[in-house]
Design a protein around this ligand. Structure first.
Ligand code: OAD
Ligand code: ZN
Length: 241
């Protein structure tokens, strides 16, 4: 493991273009539950009851309760050493982009730039009628927040199951994945598409792909290196002087 980390640190130093793909695991050490695995959100809740357009059409108040609960939880947590180390890695890199499936905004809070939040951001709301998108900082928005412009119901500006990703973001994420020489895949179970296919886009175009996760995933067999461990412990070692 130490030899792997030393070699990877060198690779990071020499890379022309680094792309990082993160999932819920990168925020786990901040205290935000992941979706799958031990203590995962989808063990206690059914995604189809809470994170689908059908669920919102059926019971928007219940969906808002779920998102208010998560907004309150996220408002209380801090960035962890993995978020901070990724922001530091970017400072030393020639070309660096971070694609995240997380909606918690913690990469931005840690100082990362060039962040593609492909599943949206929990701090943003979107009007179901006029489409206006804006930030709402108050954690608890109640069960029927209304648009300030047209009065219609607001929804979280996040991507739900069954919804497509923003095509512009998706195109950028593929382009970045297929043009980097090093990709770090951190804290994702790699089962949700399309994010799960970015690493193979990187591999196909010759990039070196590294996975950082305490558990093996469906990606493990096809990446160049798997570092088994917690993001908050491993990522800081990759940027240590
Ligand atoms: P998952 O919950 O599916 O996977 C979390 C991954 O993080 C697992 O592989 C864990 O082993 C790993 N993990 C746990 N603790 C970790 C730590 N300390 N350091 C590193 N890794 C750790 O989360 P995602 O892959 O992000 O979608 O899930 C993808 C999407 O499914 C989410 O964006 C969300 C969800 O439903 C939407 O909401 C649209
Ligand atoms: Zn509106």
């Amino acid at each position: 493991m130490h030899a792997d980390i030393d070699a990877l640190r060198e690779r990071i130093r020499g890379a022309k273009k680094i792309v990082v793909l993160t999932g819920a695991g990168v925020s786990a050490e901040s205290g935000i539950p992941t979706f799958r695995g031990d203590g995962g959100l989808w063990r206690n809740y059914r995604a189809t009851d809470l994170a689908t357009p059908e669920a919102f059409a059926r019971n928007s108040a219940l969906v808002w309760e779920f998102y208010n609960w998560r907004r309150i939880l996220i408002s209380k947590v801090e960035c962890n050493p993995a978020h901070r180390a990724l922001a530091a890695m970017q400072k030393g890199a020639a070309d660096f982009a971070l694609i995240t499936q997380n909606i918690d905004g913690l990469h931005l809070k840690a100082g990362s730039r060039n962040v593609l939040e492909i599943h949206g951001n929990i701090w943003k709301v979107r009007c179901t009628h006029c489409g206006d998108v804006h930030l709402e900082e108050k954690p608890d928005l109640g069960t029927a927040p209304a648009c300030g412009k047209c009065g219609a119901l607001l929804r979280p500006h996040v991507v739900w199951f069954g919804e497509g990703l923003d095509p512009v973001l998706l195109e950028s994420a593929y382009r970045l994945s297929a043009s980097c020489d090093l990709m770090l895949v951190i804290g994702t179970s790699a089962v949700v598409q399309p994010a799960a296919s970015f690493p193979s886009a990187a591999t196909s175009s010759g990039a070196f792909v590294v996975e950082i996760n305490p558990e093996r995933t469906p990606l493990s067999a096809s990446v160049d290196l798997t570092l088994l461990g917690k993001a908050g412990e491993i990522v800081p070692q990759l940027v240590a002087a």
